[in-house]
Structure formats: structure tokens, C-alpha cells
Write a protein that binds this ligand. Structure first.
Ligand code: 4AD
Ligand code: MG
Length: 465
């Protein structure tokens, strides 16, 4: 039987039964008694399994004792109770087949010792072999599955919104252009501008910054919907919480207001935290031990408590009076910086906090105006260690008010004509939010830099691999 290591260690096979495991060598140790202990991992769980290899195997001295970290092997043997600490089962090997050697062990960059995360990023093609990237990858998978399950159980439909688009969903101008034009020989208009009419789509096209505008059209038809896909931002922010390519989860709910989606965000976070604590206890134990000792208790605390809600206006007062020196001063009307968000979440509340009702002028054009004429029905969920992990709002469903905002912000009305149409044909109050998936994974694992929770990070001057 070909067995995955998770099942071997989980006790699925009785002692004495024969199994074959396939994977990569983590470590090899030879005892004086003429036995080798080889730890093999296959990614199915955090732990590697120990294979005990006797010296009477025909390839013992010419192959087994030459195995190094990273070699690919197929090992067959019998399941035995492990004498060693930590694991219940090991494999008494009867054959060891080497499938792939590590050509030059001295240059293999994934030696079984602690490397810095920066160092590992230089070897993105081999980084998946490390403990930490394996654990991040399984947690990431678990969270993604839990997100889909959460929405499915609540009757939400998953909408695949487009990656190529001609509209700027956030109106912030942080777009990557998609074009087939020849840069050395651009077609020009009479005014000397690039003539995008001759481009593939007949007009300027971009990678999406958010699926929200598209998914709103489905919310106004199927009521409860969400997107979950890649989004792209040409923000020139070289920080530990920004990526040029990241994944976003964006639910959108018809007939809902800000309070409804704030509750939805809270329920969703609790649901996925619960999933990761039960389904990935092995990886979470590693994060708690190695990366952040609060990794598990922090999530449990979120699950067990109600989210704190706070108005932007009150948050500004708290920040002004907290006695802390910030790099950027705060006044009503300024956008909060990461340092402010973190102060509120980490020091003032000590848990995620939902900030609501931001000044209209620092928020996107589509957010619903409040009766005070100054603020919009927006919310951000701020998390300790990270800052904003969710941004959302009620949407302006009143065409006259939406048009006024587009004009004030000098956004081209014609480019949003289909979005405006939704307000003309059966408009309805609706609301939604966007959860940055990598920020979620960083929060859950305690990993400091967002580049280390996505398989192939994209950031300014970096699109290797
Ligand atoms: O606050 P943002 O810009 O909101 C939107 O895009 C809305 N259209 C969402 C909606 O209401 N449907 O982005 C939402 C979240 C942020 O809270 C953050 O977690 C994440 O997306 N995010 C990023 N994550 C990684 N790298 C970046 N450059 C990010 N920009 C935003
Ligand atoms: Mg935001």
C-alpha cells in the first residue's frame, strides 16, 4: 500500500503491516550499531516519519548512507511502534529506493536549520520544502476551504469576477495596464495620445483591483454572493503588508446595511479561525512554538468574544489623547496609518476592532453617504500585528448621490455607466466587504511579512520565479 505520512503517523495502519511512503529526506542519522534513521516528509502533515534502515539492505553503504537533505526517496517497510520520543509509529525499512539525488549537497540551500525568511525568498522554487512554508501552505489551504464552506452554508453563490477589466473599481489609479500594443511603435491619436482603440479590447484595459463592482451586479440579482480571486495593485508600497498581487474575498449582500455586513465579517472570521484550530492543530502548534507564542490563544480569544465596534470619530479622539507619539499626527479627516490602526487594535482593544463611519473624503466613491453629510457607512476591521485586514461599506444605491461623488472626485462617469445603470433599474440598498486573504493568513500564523504567506510573492522590482 502506498501511504501518505499523515496516515502513517495518525495510526491508520496496524503495527506489522507493510506500507510504502514517498517523499523527501529531511535528515539522516547513522548509528554506530549500523542502522540509519531517515526522516522523510511528504507535505501531508507537519511531521516527518522516521524510517529505520538496517545495514543489510543491498544499497545501504553505497546509497542509504549518502542520502542528504532534499533527496527524493520511496521507502517500503513495516509499521512499528516507535521507541523514540514524540511519535507513535515508525517504519522499519525493507527497501529504500532513491528517486532523485541532491546533486551537490553543499549548494542545496534548504539545509535543515533555521534560515531567515528573506534568505528563503531567494529560493522560492525550493522554499516549499521548508517546515514553515509547508505549514503556511496547509493553513492557507484550510482557510480558503473554510471561506468557501462558510459562504456555501449560508447560501452565498461564488461569482467569478473578471481579472481583465476596463474600470478602476477603487478609483485610486493603482492599475496595471493590459495591452497587446507594441511599445516601440504605438498607434497615436490626432492629439498625439496613445490610441487604445487599436488595442486588443478597443480601449484601455487593466488588471482588476477588486471584483466589487462586478459582484454588485450579481448581488442585485442573486442576493447573497461573493468573489474569491486574485487582485492587483500597482501601489508602490514596499511594506510587509502590501503585495502587488494578492487574493481577496468579497461578499456582497442585497437589502443589507453596514451592521449586517459587520456581523457577517465577524461570523466569517470566527468560522475560519475555528476551522484552522481544529483542522491544522499540527501546523498551529508549530507557529505557536516558533513564530508567535500567542498564535493559538489569540484566535481562541477572537472566537470567544464579541468584536468591539468603534466610530472613526471616537477613534481619532482616542488616538489624540493616548499620549503616544505617532510619526503621522491624527486629526479628524486624516486617513489612519498603520501605526494608528495597530495602536487601536493592539493597545487600546487588544483584539480585532471594527472601525465605522469614516470621513467621506478619504474613502472610495461608491460608499453610501450618512445623513450627517460628512461621513460614509464604511468599516475597516483592524487586527493586532497587521492593521486593516478588511475594508467594506454600504454602497451608494441612490443615483443622484453617486453621480455627485463621481463628479466631485473627477472620475469619468461614462466609464461607470453599467454600474450607474444598476441604480436605475430596481436599485436596492446593499453592502459588502473585502478581506485580504494574505493578511488573514499572516494574522493567523503570526508570520511577519505578507510575502511569506503567498507561494510566489509579487512586489515592486520582484516578479522572479
Ligand atoms: O480596502 P480595500 O481597498 O477595499 C476594496 O478593495 C473593496 N472593493 C472591498 C469591498 O468592499 N468589496 O481592500 C480590501 C482588503 C484590505 O482590507 C486588505 O486586507 C487587502 O484587501 N489589501 C491588500 N492586501 C495585500 N496587499 C495589498 N496591496 C492590499 N491592498 C488591499
Ligand atoms: Mg481599505
Amino acid at each position: 500500500t502506498i501511504a501518505v505520512i499523515k496516515d502513517v503517523l495518525g495510526g491508520r495502519y496496524a503495527e506489522g503491516s507493510t506500507v510504502t511512503v514517498r517523499g523527501w529526506v529531511r535528515t539522516r542519522r547513522d548509528s554506530k550499531a549500523g542502522i540509519s534513521f531517515i526522516n522523510v516528509h511528504d507535505g501531508s502533515c507537519f511531521d516527518a516519519v522516521q524510517a529505520v534502515v538496517p545495514s543489510n539492505l543491498p544499497n545501504y553503504s553505497n546509497e542509504v548512507t549518502k542520502l542528504t537533505t532534499g533527496c527524493a526517496v520511496i521507502i517500503t517497510g513495516t509499521i512499528a511502534a516507535s521507541a523514540g520520543q514524540g511519535q507513535a509509529f515508525e517504519i522499519q525499512a525493507t527497501t529504500v529506493e532513491v528517486v532523485g539525488w541532491v546533486e551537490d549537497p553543499d549548494t542545496y540551500p534548504m539545509a535543515p536549520k533555521r534560515h531567515s525568511m528573506e534568505y528563503l525568498r531567494e529560493f522560492a522554487h525550493l522554499r516549499p520544502r521548508t517546515n514553515i512554508t509547508g505549514a503556511v501552505t496547509r493553513v492557507r489551504h484550510c482557510l480558503a476551504q473554510a471561506v468557501h464552506r462558510f459562504f456555501h452554508e449560508r447560501g452565498f453563490y461564488w461569482i467569478s469576477t473578471p481579472i481583465i477589466t476596463t474600470s478602476d473599481a477603487e478609483g485610486a489609479g493603482e492599475l496595471f495596464r493590459v495591452s497587446t500594443l507594441d511599445l516601440m511603435n504605438l498607434p497615436l491619436t490626432d492629439e498625439g495620445k496613445v490610441n487604445f482603440k487599436e488595442d486588443f479590447f478597443g480601449k484601455e484595459a487593466f488588471l482588476t483591483v477588486s471584483g466589487q463592482l462586478n459582484v454588485e451586479t450579481y448581488a442585485c440579482a442573486l442576493s447573497n454572493v461573493y468573489t474569491f480571486g486574485p487582485t492587483f495593485r500597482a501601489e508602490n508600497s514596499n511594506t510587509s503588508r502590501h503585495l502587488a498581487e494578492f487574493w481577496m474575498i468579497e461578499p456582497e449582500v442585497a437589502f443589507a446595511d453596514l451592521e449586517d455586513v459587520a456581523k457577517l465579517a465577524e461570523d466569517m472570521l470566527k468560522y475560519v479561525f475555528n476551522a484552522v484550530l481544529t483542522e491544522r492543530a499540527d501546523d498551529m502548534a508549530f507557529f505557536a512554538e516558533r513564530i508567535d507564542k500567542e498564535a493559538i490563544t489569540r484566535l481562541q480569544h477572537v472566537i470567544d468574544n464579541n468584536f468591539v465596534h468603534m466610530d472613526y470619530t471616537d477613534a481619532v479622539e482616542i488616538l489624540k489623547n493616548c499620549g503616544k507619539e505617532f510619526t503621522y499626527p491624527v486629526e479628524w479627516g486624516t486617513d489612519l496609518q498603520s501605526e494608528h490602526e495597530r495602536y487601536l487594535a493592539e493597545e487600546h482593544v487588544g483584539a480585532p476592532v471594527i472601525l465605522k463611519n469614516y470621513p467621506r473624503d478619504i474613502k472610495a466613491f461608491y460608499m453610501r453617504q450618512n445623513a450627517d453629510g460628512k461621513t460614509v457607512a464604511a468599516m475597516d476591521v483592524l487586527a493586532p500585528g497587521i492593521g486593516e485586514i478588511i475594508g467594506g461599506s454600504a454602497r451608494e444605491e441612490r443615483l443622484d448621490l453617486l453621480d455627485k461623488r463621481l463628479e466631485e472626485m473627477k472620475l469619468p462617469k461614462e466609464e461607470y455607466s453599467w454600474y450607474r445603470d444598476l441604480r436605475r433599474y430596481g436599485t436596492v440598498p446593499h453592502a459588502g466587504f473585502g478581506l485580504g486573504f494574505e493578511r488573514l493568513v499572516a494574522y493567523v500564523t503570526g508570520v511577519q511579512n505578507i510575502r511569506d504567506v503567498i507561494p510566489f510573492p509579487r512586489s515592486p522590482k520582484n516578479a522572479e520565479f
